[in-house]
Design a protein around this ligand. Structure first.
Ligand SMILES: C[S@@+](CC[C@H](N)C(=O)[O-])C[C@H]1O[C@@H](n2cnc3c(N)ncnc32)[C@H](O)[C@@H]1O
Length: 249
């Protein structure tokens, strides 16, 4: 298992250097300039081919040595969301959707924590295969994982009480194809899968709290910001990861 993501002690990780264009954001002015100027340049991390290749390699490693692969943003990124679900007393049978589940390890954590109505989706065939294999090895055959492009929202997904996104919105907004309307399509798809009063929990390293609140301003209400490790650099302090909980209204 590899820990990937941005934290105060892993600023040189793959996620920070390739996916997290805003990893070293520090003050509000700097954030505003970056955001108002233009969106991120498209990156290979925004392509299906990239993820298919990455998870194909991880699939092989899982078959060879049982390694589940990358834990994006580190183990703690799962713990903080699980603690929030506990604090909010989210029922164990709540319908939870993991958007862009990757290797499905977050689903494993949620299932081990007692959640019984779990669905993961990912558009990468090899990610879905890997998560199926990992869930099977863990004896968690009741967890559903489907190969679906979230942006081509399909009604068959149904309605969820909680939708979780850890790194997927970041990846989608780096996409060449979806560059122009990825954000809008994502918001539309999310509105379609989240029931009224449901919760959206997003972990992002590319978008600040203010930016996310702006992007998800229609149909959502800000509820909580979950604390993440801060860092100090050049006399300034900042947070490299933002975790927000929004309520569907
Ligand atoms: C940074 S990884 C995060 C994986 C997982 N959430 C985690 O925390 O380990 C981004 C994931 O989003 C998936 N993804 C990207 N665009 C997608 C889309 N349009 N629909 C569904 N999945 C997508 C990728 O295949 C990849 O598994």
């Amino acid at each position: 298992m590899h820990i990937s993501g941005v934290s105060s002690d892993s600023m040189d990780s793959k996620f920070s250097s390739q996916t997290c264009h805003h990893a070293a954001r520090c003050d509000e002015k700097e954030k505003e300039d970056e955001y108002l100027g233009e969106d991120f340049l498209p990156s290979k991390l925004g392509t299906k081919e990239y993820w298919d290749d990455a998870y194909q390699r991880e699939l092989q490693a899982f078959e060879d040595i049982g390694d589940v692969g990358e834990i994006w943003f580190g183990e703690e990124s799962m713990g903080r969301v699980v603690r929030w679900l506990d604090k909010m007393k989210i029922p164990r049978n709540a319908a939870i959707l993991d958007i862009g589940t990757g290797n499905g390890v977050f689903l494993v954590e949620l299932a081990k924590h007692g959640f019984t109505n779990l669905t993961g989706i990912d558009y990468s065939t090899s990610a879905v295969k890997l998560s199926h294999n990992i869930l099977e090895k863990e004896g968690l055959s009741n967890v559903k994982v489907k190969e679906i492009d979230f942006l081509s929202f399909s009604e068959e997904l149904g309605s969820f009480d909680v939708s979780i996104d850890k790194g997927t919105f970041d990846a989608i907004t780096l996409s060449v194809d979806a560059k122009d309307d990825g954000k809008e399509r994502y918001v539309k798809a999310l509105l379609g899968v989240l029931r009224m009063g449901g919760f959206f929990v997003i972990t992002s390293c590319n978008w600040t709290k203010e930016q996310l609140l702006d992007i998800f301003s229609n149909g959502f209400k800000f509820l909580h910001e979950l604390p993440t490790p801060g860092f100090q650099f050049g006399g300034r302090t900042g947070n490299s990861v933002t975790v927000l909980v929004l309520e569907r209204i």
